[in-house]
Design a protein around this ligand. Sequence first.
Ligand code: HEC
Length: 140
Amino acid sequence: MKKQLSKLFWSVAIIFCFVALSAFVVPQDQKTAAAWEIPAKYKAMKNTFKGDAASEKLGKLLYAKHCKSCHGNVGEGDGPKASSMKTKIGSLKNVKFQAQSDGEIYYQAIIGRDEMPAFDKKILEEEDRWAIVNYIRTLK
Ligand code: HEC
């Protein structure tokens, strides 16, 4: 009787360990991002650094430095840090994403929300900010 009880105890203990472990090993489901609410001020913002080759090149450099780790090489949302995010990162090449105005993209890229970091204290020059938007335009 005692032996059986100890067997039962160990079976339960082992099952418990597996369940506990799987919670760490199996990636948690990422939630799909909700639509962004962009303030009217940003929606209407004009890009005064309209993309030329030099601006796009600068944007590419800044993207590689600040964004690539999450958004991936070409904006597919598959950078090394992407899988650790609770929210799934969408593709910047996506037609629906690219259909937004430059100001809307600027807001998402510079102001951010939740897991999308704010860059307004890190990327200070308007020229640099719009260069990133211009580079994102080349990804479509
Ligand atoms: C630490 C990871 C991380 C970094 C670094 C990062 N992002 Fe993001 N980004 C996210 C996540 C996560 C989302 C989705 C968040 C949401 O929708 O709430 C996102 C969303 C966005 C979106 C909206 C796209 C969409 O599909 O909804 C844009 C645009 C964007 N990021 C641009 C940038 C730019 C530009 C940079 C660099 C200046 C950058 N991000 C750096 C994690 C990151």
